[in-house]
Design a protein around this ligand. Structure first.
Ligand SMILES: NC(=O)c1ccc[n+]([C@@H]2O[C@H](COP(=O)([O-])OP(=O)(O)OC[C@H]3O[C@@H](n4cnc5c(N)ncnc54)[C@H](OP(=O)(O)O)[C@@H]3O)[C@@H](O)[C@H]2O)c1
Length: 257
C-alpha cells in the first residue's frame, strides 16, 4: 500500500505524521510532495522513513491512496496533470470542493473521499468528517480506520458537509471563543490568565469526555447534575440565556455554512 500526500502544509503535514504513527500504512510507504523544501525537511527529520519530493507526479505515480492537501483553488492545477484513475483512491481535504468538482479533475469513475479534519488533527484529536463516492465497504473502512487513529472520524452524506464543517472546523474557533471569554471573566475576578486558561480548557475537555464516554447521556442530563435548585449554576445559566447565548451559537453555526 503506497500513500501519497500532495501538499505538506498544516493539513498535509499533520496527516503525514498521523499516518506514519498509525497502523495502516508504513512510514516507508508514505510519499509527501511539496514545492518548497522547508516543511519536507522538518518532516523527514521527524520520520526519516517517509519519502519526500518536490514532484507531485513522483509521489502519486503507482500510489494506492492519494491525499490531496493543497488549497482548494490549487486543486485543479495539481490534480489534472496527475491523471489519477481507478483503482487509485483520491482523498481530498479541500474545504468546499464537491465530488462533482473533483470528478472533473480525475477519472470520474474512481473512488473519491472528501475528508475534513479540524486543526486538532496535529495532536491526533481531530473530529474528521468523511464522505464517500464510488467506494467499496473495504475502501471506506480503510479511510475511516486511518482517520479514527487521528481522533474521531464520522461518515456522513455529502449534503451534510457544509453544516457539519460549521460544527467541527469552525466549531473549534467557537469553543476557543468561549474559553477566551471565560478567561476574561476569571482575570477580572483575580485569576492569572495562564491559570484561568488551564482551568477552562480542562473544564471543556472534561465536559466533552462526559459526553463522549457515556453513550446514553445528553448535555441536558449533565447540566442537571450541576444545577442545584436555588444554587449558583442556575443563576449563571439563566444569565447566559437572558444574554442570548443559545441563539448566538445557533446563529454563528448557521452563518458559517
Ligand atoms: N487548516 C484547516 O483547519 C483545514 C481544515 C480542513 C480542511 N482544510 C483544507 O486543507 C487544505 C490545505 O490547507 P492547509 O491549511 O493545510 O494549507 P497550507 O498550510 O497552506 O498547506 C498547503 C500546502 O500546499 C503546498 N502547495 C502549494 N502548491 C502546491 C503544488 N502545486 N503542489 C503540491 N503542493 C503545493 C504548499 O506549499 P508551499 O507553502 O511551499 O507553497 C503548502 O505546504 C485546503 O484545501 C483546506 O481547505 C484545512
Amino acid at each position: 500500500m503506497k500513500a501519497a500526500i500532495i501538499g505538506a502544509g498544516n493539513m498535509g503535514g499533520a496527516i503525514a505524521r498521523g499516518l506514519a504513527k498509525g497502523h495502516y500504512i508504513k512510514a516507508d510507504e508514505i510519499f509527501v510532495s511539496n514545492p518548497s523544501n522547508g516543511k519536507l525537511e522538518t518532516l523527514k527529520k521527524e520520520f526519516p522513513a517517509i519519502h519526500t519530493t518536490n514532484s507531485n507526479k513522483e509521489a502519486a505515480s503507482d500510489a494506492d491512496i492519494i491525499i490531496a492537501a493543497v488549497k482548494p483553488w490549487k486543486m485543479e492545477e495539481v490534480l489534472k496533470p496527475l491523471r489519477l484513475h481507478h483503482p487509485q483512491i483520491l482523498a481530498s481535504v479541500a474545504a468546499g470542493l464537491t465530488f462533482e468538482n473533483l470528478a472533473h479533475y480525475v477519472d470520474p469513475e474512481m473512488t473519491i473521499f472528501r475528508v475534513i479534519p479540524n486543526t486538532a488533527i496535529s495532536l491526533g484529536a481531530s473530529m474528521t468528517l468523511v464522505a464517500a463516492r464510488n467506494a467499496s465497504d473495504d475502501q471506506t473502512n480503510l479511510i475511516m480506520n486511518i482517520f479514527n487513529e487521528m481522533g474521531m472520524a464520522m461518515l456522513i452524506e455529502e449534503k451534510q458537509f457544509a453544516a457539519a464543517t460549521s460544527l467541527t472546523s469552525c466549531g473549534i474557533a467557537y469553543v476557543l471563543k468561549y474559553v477566551q471569554a471565560a478567561m476574561q471573566a476569571g482575570v477580572e475576578l483575580g485569576i492569572r490568565p495562564h491559570d484561568a486558561m488551564k482551568m477552562v480548557a480542562q473544564t471543556v475537555e472534561g465536559a466533552a469526555q462526559l459526553l463522549l464516554q457515556n453513550e446514553g447521556t445528553h448535555p441536558a442530563l449533565e447540566i442537571e447534575k450541576v444545577t442545584t435548585p436555588g444554587g449558583i449554576t442556575i443563576k449563571g445559566l439563566n444569565e447566559l440565556e437572558h444574554s442570548g447565548f443559545t441563539s448566538a451559537v445557533i446563529k454563528a453555526i448557521k452563518a458559517s455554512m
